[in-house]
Design a protein. Structure first.
Length: 236
């Protein structure tokens, strides 16, 4: 039996295990890392069911963006199984009516298209820091992840996201060691909103990563790896 800590890393919307490539490598000496597929169901509860069914009895859990929505569902449903929680560039809020309409419009647009381009050059400013727009090594990985998820997977993910529950009233029930990590220039989910979420979780820590957008695990892997390694050493 391995003495490494089981660690489940859940990707975000239109993201695959490539989102966590650097963390898988950097934490492999202390963690047994697994990356669940989260584009096979169109409901957050069903995605959580699938992950819990395949997960070890006890595990650390991290999620970025959509992955954070799923992580919150899991930790609130099975608090006795989650030893550590990391929420990265995510939020506890449900979609607003405006958010939901944008997602519905995007789904319709995708359904009408002949080809699927989940992430385009025009969307990059929402995902990464401006200093990385010309970083071909990074942007090509982002484009490839979206292509790998595909049109149908994207539609299922968006449907799950826009129907998720608001979890703000339940954040005080989270008792495992928790860290909230935010890129300081996240254009999708404001750092202030993320810090507010962290403040609602008992004894959690909030960390802001400089010169970083919505994807710190790819944009600033060294900083994220350092934070997650320390987080995994915490005890209740």
């Amino acid at each position: 039996m391995s003495d490494k800590h089981p660690l489940i890393l859940i990707p975000g919307l239109l993201c695959t295990d490539e989102l966590w490539r650097d963390q898988i490598q950097a934490l492999s000496d202390i963690s047994d890392v697994s990356i669940p597929k989260h584009h096979l169901d169109d409901d957050i509860s069903l995605i959580a069911d699938r992950i819990l069914k395949d997960a070890p009895e006890k595990f650390a859990l991290a999620g970025l963006s959509m992955g954070g929505y799923i992580a919150l569902e899991i930790v609130l449903r099975a608090p006795d199984r989650v030893t550590h929680l990391a929420l990265v560039d995510t939020r506890a809020d449900a979609d607003s009516p405006q958010d939901r309409k944008r997602r519905e419009d995007f789904i319709r647009l995708v359904q009408r298209g002949k080809t699927f381009k989940g992430v385009t050059e025009s969307l990059l400013p929402m995902l990464i820091h401006p200093s990385r727009f010309q970083d071909d090594a990074l942007t090509s990985r982002i484009y490839q992840m979206a292509e790998d998820i595909g049109q149908e997977g994207f539609i299922r993910q968006e449907t799950a996201i826009m129907n998720r529950k608001d979890r703000n009233a339940e954040l005080d029930k989270i008792t495992c060691p928790t860290i909230v990590i935010s890129g300081n220039e996240d254009a999708l989910i404001s750092p202030d909103l993320q810090e507010k979420m962290a403040n609602a979780i008992p004894d959690s820590e909030f960390h802001l990563i400089a010169e970083c957008g919505h994807l710190p695990s790819m944009e600033r892997p060294f900083e994220v790896n350092t934070l997650l390694r320390e987080w995994l050493s915490w005890t209740n």
